[in-house]
Design a protein around this ligand. Structure first.
Ligand code: FE2
Ligand code: FE2
Length: 247
C-alpha cells in the first residue's frame, strides 16, 4: 500500500511547505515523478515490518529494539546533508540544502531533541540510547549515508537526498499511524505529526536541487546510482531490524 501519492508533493496548499520550482520542459518533471513512484513503492519504503507496525502494537521490548536502531540510523543525518554543499558551487543547490537543514536544527529545539523526547516518553532512557550497540546493518546505513552525501559528485548526492527525503515523508505517516494505533497521544507523536509536511518540503528541496542536472544521461545515471544505493542500504537496514523485532 502506498501511503502517499506523487500529487501530494506537487499540489501543495500549505504556505509553510516548500513548493516545487518550475522545471525546463515536462520531460524532466515526468522523469522525476517516475523516480518518485519507484521510491514510494520500493520494498525498502513499503517494508513488511513498517506495514505490520502500522496495524499491530509492539511489546515494550520490541519497541525498545526498534527505536534504538532507528535512533542510530538517523543519527548525524543533518551533518551529512550539510556536507553536500562542498560538492557544488551552485547557489540554487546550496539554498535547498540550507532550507532543509534549517528545519532540522533552527527551531526552538532540534528535530534530534524532539525524537529523543519521544523515546524518553516511551520509557527509553538517555543511558540506554548512549549504551546501545546497534546492528551492523544499522551502522552500514549510517556510514553509507555519510559517504553518499559527502563524496562527490553532487548528482549522486542528490539521488540519495531525493530517495531519503521522499521515503521520510512516507515513514512519518507510517510511524504516526503505528503510534496512534498503539494509543500514544499527540505529545508522543508530535515529532512524526510535524514531519509529514516537513518531509514533503524536503523531498521538494531535493527535486528543485537536482532538476537542472538531469539534462543528460550521465547526470541521470549518477542520480539513479544515489537513489538505488540508498534504497539498498535501507532495505537491508529494515530487514535487520525486522529480524530482531519479529524474529
Ligand atoms: Fe527532521
Ligand atoms: Fe527530511
Amino acid at each position: 500500500m502506498t501511503a502517499l501519492q506523487v500529487q501530494e508533493f506537487e499540489k501543495i496548499q500549505d504556505p509553510n511547505v516548500r513548493q516545487r520550482l518550475d522545471v525546463d520542459g515536462p520531460e524532466i518533471k515526468d522523469y522525476l515523478n517516475g523516480k518518485m513512484e519507484y521510491i514510494l513503492n520500493h520494498r525498502a519504503v513499503q517494508h513488511p515490518l513498517l506495514n505490520y507496525y502500522r496495524k499491530n502494537a509492539f511489546t515494550k521490548e520490541q519497541e525498545k529494539k526498534f527505536y534504538l536502531e532507528t535512533w542510530y540510523y538517523f543519527k548525524n543525518e543533518p551533518f551529512y546533508i550539510t556536507s553536500m554543499a562542498v560538492n557544488t558551487r551552485d547557489y540554487k543547490v546550496l539554498k535547498e540544502i540550507i532550507l532543509n537543514v534549517y528545519d532540522e536544527v533552527a527551531g526552538k529545539v532540534t528535530h534530534e531533541t524532539l525524537f529523543r523526547e519521544q523515546l524518553n516518553a516511551m520509557g527509553i532512557t538517555d543511558e540506554e540510547i548512549a549504551n546501545h550497540q546497534c546492528l551492523p546493518s544499522t551502522t552500514a546505513i549510517n556510514k553509507g549515508a555519510e559517504k553518499l552525501y559527502c563524496e562527490p559528485p553532487i548528482e549522486r548526492n542528490l539521488g540519495a537526498f531525493y530517495a531519503d527525503e521522499t521515503m521520510s515523508a512516507v515513514l512519518s505517516t507510517q510511524f504516526n499511524d503505528a503510534l496512534l494505533n498503539q494509543g500514544y497521544d499527540k505529545n508522543v507523536r508530535k515529532h512524526w505529526i510535524m514531519h509529514v509536511n516537513v518531509e514533503i518540503s524536503h523531498s521538494n528541496n531535493a527535486f528543485n536541487a537536482i532538476a537542472p542536472y538531469l539534462v543528460n544521461q550521465e547526470g541521470r545515471d549518477l542520480f539513479e546510482e544515489g537513489i538505488n544505493t540508498y534504497l539498498q542500504l535501507l532495505e537491508t537496514y529494515w530487514d535487520g531490524v525486522d529480524a530482531i523485532v519479529r524474529g
